[in-house]
Design a protein around this ligand. Structure first.
Ligand code: ATP
Length: 452
């Protein structure tokens, strides 16, 4: 993990947030390579789940939302973690994470009292910061970020930054039905930032205060569609997206079903697709059958009728939902972990070329020969009309290959003296390191073909 974090900093993927002011825990900024990688993940997700499906439409809801949204959804009362403080050094962490870290036991779903008992009765559960076993009581801590709007203080101006994108789909359910041609079963999908006041630090962008989610609410009539069948179909879609579109090794993935204690009370079934991060198997993508709990709650709290008439049965129903919910930043961390490869003389990110921040890099063999630089610049300008390309004239050729391997650039193109004679260049493949000589006019079609 440390090596991946160092590479991310060195090559412009991820920087610690507010770094020049000493940093701000659990926040990160994405550099030039990271911003491109995030964008590529988002675009693939959107293309796959919105553009390529007849039965899913997109949404982009506000990040700031009415306090009633979060009362109705249960987040103002129930969206809380149990935290504990070390009396000796004041270190704060999530009680469940503390136990899991120290005992390797899963304790999700246990009550505050149960967590407290485990910690107080086990002297081996010591503070990860100072090593003492001297804990406060376990307390609940709400994860929602409140915001005060305008200049009026008090409850009237209170709103929340959304804790999940899902509620946007529920509160706009009627708007979408009335303004588009969706028919059950159908999905509403959204990509966007969510905010949670998380207290457990560490592990780079795995858990942050601000993160991006890709969520789909797939609405259906339970009398017509079999939820168990739909659930299995979505699981397969999620698995295929990760293994085929993102090219992640299936051996590093597993499903884990939540037991009754861990599951939200309104959910009939929840499973997590877990990835084997360098710090262990952890949730990447959750799928839950949320029944029609959310729409029913919003109907009650808003006094609006959120039922629709199913044209197949002519019955008024409040549809049920299956929700696949993933974190885009966790996907990015998974992709970096899965593609990080150490070889004899180099480190290389063996990214799926579709995800690579830059598809090609163009170099003049020597940076102090204007005729080589000019020719290389011309090729660079032509290539970047087709795909994201970088130009690198610094250092020697070996250093440039080394840098591009660490960024995961699939193709490096070098302009040398032979180029000036016969309009050919060398193209080097990131993974095999093989170099081929090709005509400049064949470069674009060849790279397009290789990108697939
Ligand atoms: P966890 O148990 O790890 O806190 P969760 O079960 O609360 O996650 P969900 O509410 O199901 O997570 O959110 C859906 C997805 O959003 C998760 O699978 C994860 O990929 C992502 N996610 C949730 N919280 C964070 C966070 N603080 N930082 C980054 N990604 C997150």
């Amino acid at each position: 993990m440390e090596k991946i974090i160092a590479l991310c900093k060195r090559r412009g993927f991820i920087y610690p947030g507010s770094e020049i002011y000493g940093g701000l825990a659990n926040t990160y900024d994405y550099g030039p390579a990271g911003a491109e990688l995030l964008r590529n993940i988002r675009n693939l997700w959107w293309d796959n789940f919105v553009h390529k499906r007849d039965d899913v439409v997109g949404l982009d809801a506000s990040v700031i939302s009415h306090q009633e949204v979060w009362k109705a959804s249960g987040h103002t009362s129930g969206f809380a973690d149990a935290m504990i403080d070390c009396k000796n050094c004041k270190f704060r962490m999530r009680a469940d994470h503390l136990i899991e870290e120290k005992t390797k036991e899963k304790v999700e779903g246990k009550s505050i009292g149960e967590l407290e008992e485990i910690i107080k009765n086990n002297p081996k559960i010591t503070c990860p910061n100072c090593g003492k076993h001297n804990w406060t009581d376990v307390r609940k801590f709400n994860l929602l970020f409140p915001v005060n709007l305008g200049i009026v203080e008090g409850d009237q101006s209170l709103a929340y930054l959304r804790g999940e994108t899902a509620q946007g789909m529920f509160i706009n359910f009627k708007n979408v039905v009335d303004s588009s041609r969706v028919r059950l079963p159908f999905g509403i999908a959204q990509l966007g930032k969510s905010f949670r006041n998380e207290i457990t630090p560490g592990n780079s962008v795995f858990r942050t205060l601000e993160f991006e989610q890709g969520e789909i609410e797939y609405f259906f009539d339970p009398e017509i569609s079999n939820w168990e069948k739909l659930f299995e179909e979505w699981k397969k879609i999620m698995w295929d997206f990760i293994t085929k579109k993102l090219s992640i090794n299936g051996e590093n993935l597993r499903w884990r079903e939540h037991d009754e204690k861990e599951r939200s009370f309104y959910s009939k079934k929840t499973e997590d697709l877990e990835y084997k991060f360098p710090f262990g198997f952890k949730e990447l993508w959750g799928i839950a059958y949320r029944t029609n709990y959310d729409l029913t709650q919003h109907g009650k709290f808003s006094n609006k009728d959120l039922s629709i008439t199913d044209p197949q049965t002519n019955k008024k129903i409040i549809p049920h939902v299956i929700e696949p919910a993933v974190g885009i930043n966790r996907m990015l961390l998974m992709i970096l972990s899965d593609s990080y490869t150490e070889e004899k003389d180099r480190v290389v990110l063996k990214l799926n070329p579709k995800l690579a921040p830059y598809k090609a890099a163009v170099f003049p063999l020597l940076a102090n020969k204007p005729e080589l630089v000019e020719k290389a610049k011309k090729i660079y300008h032509d290539l970047r009309k087709n795909f994201v390309t970088v130009f690198d004239g610094r250092g020697n050729i070996g250093k440039r290959y080394f840098a591009q391997d660490e960024i995961g650039t699939p193709f490096c193109i070098t302009v040398d003296f032979e180029t000036l004679e016969n309009d050919t260049v060398t193209i080097r493949d990131r993974d095999s390191m093989k170099q081929e000589r090709v005509k400049i006019e064949d470069l674009i079609p060849q790279i397009v073909k290789k990108l697939g």
